[in-house]
Design a protein around this ligand. Structure first.
Ligand SMILES: NC(=O)c1ccc[n+]([C@@H]2O[C@H](COP(=O)([O-])OP(=O)(O)OC[C@H]3O[C@@H](n4cnc5c(N)ncnc54)[C@H](OP(=O)(O)O)[C@@H]3O)[C@@H](O)[C@H]2O)c1
Length: 201
């Protein structure tokens, strides 16, 4: 398969790319990393990424940001960061990218545990993750050409523990092999409209 991995040089993305590249042709895209530069907050940039990649079998997105801050301090603009990047960035990848996906191909998006188990400072990040879950369930009913779509929602991953563990008291870090398997299940499996939860708390 020809697999485009947006965010494929990030903490999760580089492990997912290392796994998929053993078996598939992978192309990594990122804001300032990878073979192709793309800013998922910008629709023109998304279209030019797909134009340069051409027809593909699978798109995995492991990119997208949201602001973490106390709700009291969050401005409307602060909320727009998550809406424009992690939410609409991934919605636009599907909206603008579906014509570049071969029949029977797939989209795999990334949300996260905060949708179900928010922690402090995540009124925006948790909201965006929940919206992505609902988007995937709904849009899977309408995609044509047997194109599938799923979203991987993992807990705090092992490789990011040092950076974020203080924000996730009592959470069990998710082994990278388990996180990778979420993406494998989505791309190589046959399910669609699934929220692939990779956590056990
Ligand atoms: N880390 C965790 O424990 C965890 C758990 C569950 C869910 N998640 C979610 O998984 C995603 C990736 O997390 P991560 O920890 O791997 O993050 P990361 O290490 O910061 O990597 C993010 C990747 O996304 C790319 N990216 C960011 N904004 C972009 C944009 N506007 N356009 C194009 N590419 C962009 C980055 O490219 P550049 O480096 O070139 O800018 C980088 O390759 C995030 O949405 C995060 O919320 C993370």
């Amino acid at each position: 398969m020809k697999v485009l991995i947006i965010g494929g040089a990030g903490t999760i993305g580089k492990k997912v790319n290392a796994h998929f590249s053993k078996k598939h042709e992978t192309i990594v895209a990122g804001r300032n990393s990878g073979k192709i530069n793309v800013d998922i907050t910008n629709s023109e940039s998304i279209v030019s990424m797909f134009e340069s990649v051409g027809q593909i079998d699978a798109v995995i997105c492991i990119a997208g940001e949201a602001k973490w801050a106390p709700f009291d301090s969050m401005t409307e603009e602060d909320f727009f960061i998550g809406l424009k990047s992690k939410l609409m960035g991934q919605v636009n990848i599907v909206r603008l990218g579906r014509k570049y996906i071969n029949t029977g191909g797939s989209f795999t998006l990334t949300a996260g545990i905060l949708a179900d188990h928010p922690v402090l400072l995540t009124s925006s990040a948790a909201m965006v993750n929940g919206a992505l879950h609902s988007f995937v369930k709904a849009v899977s009913l309408e995609l044509t050409n047997r194109i599938r779509i799923n979203v991987v929602s993992s807990g705090l991953v092992e490789d990011a523990v040092e950076k974020y563990e203080d924000y996730f008291p009592g959470h069990n870090p998710i082994p990278m092999r388990k996180v990778i398997n979420g993406y494998v299940k989505s791309v190589e499996g046959s399910g669609t409209g699934e929220i692939i939860r990779m956590y056990d708390n």
